[in-house]
Design a protein around this ligand. Structure first.
Ligand code: CA
Length: 232
């Protein structure tokens, strides 16, 4: 996790410098750009970027939000963690940021130690998902065998509907990541299944009821969506 390369795109120099100072202290290489144009230039020089910190409102060719959307279309960066930092703090903004492909979202002003901790979470999760060739997601009390669609809580096997199972595995494969209702809908919507935000909530309620005491692993993020506890 140390020695990761972090690309910071932020037009305010003070914030850029503070982020660099903070993350460098943890052994990361911090590459800085004041606009998307500059970031694209730097990305050609740096072989590997392990994490992006992107401001929403930026001067130049495109905003941070548009940049994130473009980034997610590139195979190379499909899984690279992105933390969005912005002064836009409304629930709608946060939802838009996460839907665009950000893994986490911080509103300004933010605490540098919190940012640093969130960087650690993202790098850790990325490491885990990279290694996660295993079919078994084991959270102690709750175990999920993906290929068998088998879920157990303690010793008891739980019967889930296919939608409940999908919701659970989407969350459990990325602990700490906030998923919006829109993201669940995109993942679940399919043949003969029409899903809305409200039906996601209904399935979630059903899922929580069935997994009983393991339900506290799933957190509701008010006005935004859900996340699986970052358990280590
Ligand atoms: Ca800005």
């Amino acid at each position: 996790m140390k020695d990761s390369t972090v690309l910071v795109i932020e037009d305010e120099q003070d914030i850029r410098d503070l982020i660099r100072f903070q993350l460098s202290s943890e052994g990361h290489e911090v590459v800085m750009a004041e606009s998307v144009d500059k970031a694209i230039e730097l990305m050609e020089k740096h072989e590997k970027i392990d994490l992006f910190i992107v401001d929403w409102m930026l001067p130049g060719v495109m905003s941070g939000l548009e940049f994130i959307k473009k980034l997610r279309l590139q195979k190379k960066f499909i899984e690279t963690p992105i933390i969005m930092i912005t002064a836009l703090s409304q629930a709608d903004n946060i939802v838009a940021g996460l839907d665009a492909g950000a893994d986490d979202y911080m509103t300004k002003p933010f605490d540098l130690n919190v940012l640093q901790a969130r960087v650690r979470v993202q790098l850790r999760n990325n490491l885990k998902s990279g290694k996660n060739a295993s079919d078994l997601l084991d959270f102690g009390l709750l175990k999920i065998e993906i290929s068998k669609c088998r879920v157990t809580v303690g010793k008891e096997e739980i019967q889930l509907t296919s939608t409940e199972f999908k919701i659970l595995t989407i969350l459990a494969q990325k602990p700490g990541h906030v998923f919006t209702r829109e993201q669940f809908i995109n993942n679940i919507q399919g043949e003969n299944i029409f899903v809305t935000g409200r039906t996601i909530d209904t399935h979630m309620a059903g899922l929580r009821k069935k997994i009983g005491e393991a339900a506290n692993l799933i957190e509701t993020i008010r006005g935004i969506g859900y996340k699986f506890k970052d358990v280590l």
